[in-house]
Each structure stands twice: as C-alpha cells, then as structure tokens.
Design a protein around this ligand. Structure first.
Ligand code: ADP
Ligand code: MG
Length: 271
C-alpha cells in the first residue's frame, strides 16, 4: 500500500528529544505562539501523556473531553479534537493520561506507526487546511508516540539543553530520525537544533554551544534560548511566556527563533 503524501500546507514539525526537561514543551508553546503572532495559523498536537503543553496553554483537564488519544485510538478527525487557546490563531489538540496506555492498545494495528499521519493528512478534507503550521510536542522517550509524530512530519526540531551530556543524547535522536526516514517517512528531515537554558554566567554553557556547533554546523539555529525565570513562571499562569512577558529575554529569543524557522522554511520550499 502506497504511503499517503504529506500535504504541503500545513507544514508539520515535531519537537522531540528523548530526555525530559530539555525545553520541548516550552519550545512548542512559545514557537507556536510566535508563529501565530506573525499571522500563521498554528495547531499544537500534545502527544505527551503529562499534557504540559495543554496546561501551559490554559486548557484545564475538565475541558479535555476529546484528546490526541481519540485521534490515535479511534482515528477521530483532528478538527473535532482541536480547541482554541488564549492565543489568537493558536489551537491545541490536548492530551490526557489515557495516552499512557495507547501504545499497547494500538500495538496490534498494522498501521500503528501511521495513526497520526492519517489524521494529519486528512486535515481540512478536500478543502483548505485550517492551519499553516502543526507543531507536535513529544513525550521524553523514543516510543511509539514519538515514532507516530516523526512518521507524520516534514521535519524535526531538537531542543538541546546546554549541559555536559548534550551531544551524547543528540546522536541517539538523530539516528532515530534516520531510521524513521528510511523505514517509515522518506520526507523527514532535521529542521534544526535549538540550544536551550543557556546560562551566560556558566562557562560550561558556552563550551556546550561551541561543541554542538562544531559537530552540527548550520543545523544549529543561531538563536540560543537563555535560562530565564519568566519562562519557567509562565506555565503556572496558563500562558505562553510570550503573552506573560513579551519583553523578557526568553520571549525575545523565541521570537527570533520563529523568524529563523520561517527563513529556513522559505529556503526549503524554494529548493
Ligand atoms: P520538556 O518538555 O523537554 O520536558 P519543558 O519545556 O517542560 O521540558 O521544560 C522543563 C522545565 O524547565 C519547565 O519547568 C520549564 O518551565 C523550564 N524551562 C524550560 N525552558 C526554560 C528556560 N529557557 N529558562 C528557564 N526555565 C526553562
Ligand atoms: Mg514536555
């Protein structure tokens, strides 16, 4: 059976790294908000059972009557799951703890790795997609959820925390991308690597930036996200940092990252 082609609109990007606490969810939320702020129509797909992206965008558990679980398990159309958020032009398909069990529940399905792809290729039916960007927030694991995300996407964006073992974790995720590209999704590429939680007072942070750049060259975005307390405060207010305090260094960095992402998109589309 031939693989359905991904649509050219929306562009589908996965935010993935098998380590927890490296800034995946923060990046998905704030990159999504920044893209929406410049006029893109954005959908965040929350594939982490913890649901931090949903909470961080002000979607309480009580309003998650439909979730990404229904998409993966029952093939529910994305349009029926997506909710509007506090950010204009930014919607989210929320997650619930049901996702914890979904791997086992879909394991026997022949198309288990393509459940999300089916849903995203069906976006908008025959007509226009309501979104120009889809950002998928992954759990801290290279499990079947993350594989579903990679099998459904054009490219992967990897947040990497500025800490000593950063490069080691990177090779693991890059080889997973390569395996998915060969086995499941020939369109998949690495969009870029974003260095997060940079601490200018710490020599190690600078050294990690240099190391990652020397190994990965221009795959690394120029923008480095600083460690910034406003960023860590924002989720408890149910808002992206960019809404909570647009002037803080972290928000400004995410706005710059969004323009780099758009710039790369233009180059990719022209190629
Ligand atoms: P992941 O999704 O990879 O597990 P998160 O985005 O949830 O990581 O980030 C982990 C924790 O670090 C969260 O409490 C978040 O608020 C905080 N955090 C993320 N990025 C920054 C940053 N640039 N500065 C300060 N805190 C951050
Ligand atoms: Mg997360």
């Amino acid at each position: 059976q031939a693989l359905e082609r991904l649509p050219s609109v929306p562009r589908i990007l996965v935010v993935a790294n098998q380590k927890g606490g490296v800034g995946k969810t923060t990046t998905a939320i704030n990159l999504g908000t920044a893209l929406a702020a410049i006029g893109e129509d954005v959908l965040i797909v929350d594939l982490d059972p913890q649901g931090n992206a949903s909470t961080g965008l002000g979607i309480g558990r009580e309003s998650r009557t439909r979730s990404t679980y229904d998409i993966l398990m029952d093939g529910m159309p994305v349009n029926e799951v997506a909710l509007e958020t506090v950010v204009p032009r930014l919607s989210i398909a929320p997650s619930t703890l049901d996702l914890l069990g979904v791997e086992l529940e879909i394991a026997a399905f022949q198309d288990r790795a393509y459940r999300l792809r089916h849903a995203l290729t069906g976006l908008g039916g025959q007509g226009q997609s309501p979104y120009t960007y889809v950002l998928i927030d992954c759990p801290p694991s290279l499990n079947l959820l993350t594989i579903n995300a990679m099998a459904a996407a054009h490219a992967v964006l990897v947040p990497l925390q500025c800490e000593f073992f950063a490069l080691e974790g990177l090779s693991q995720i890059l080889s997973t991308v390569e395996r998915v590209r060969r086995g499941l999704n020939p369109e998949l590429s690495v969009h870029g690597i974003v260095l997060t939680m940079f601490d200018g007072r710490n020599n190690l942070s600078g050294q990690v930036v240099d190391d990652v750049r020397s190994h990965m060259g221009d795959k690394v975005y120029n923008t480095v996200i600083p460690r910034n307390v406003r960023i860590s405060e924002a989720p408890s207010h149910g808002k992206p940092a960019i809404l909570y305090d647009i002037n803080c260094a972290g928000s400004q960095a995410y706005l710059r990252l969004a323009s780099e992402v758009i710039q790369r998109e233009r180059l990719l589309r022209a190629a």
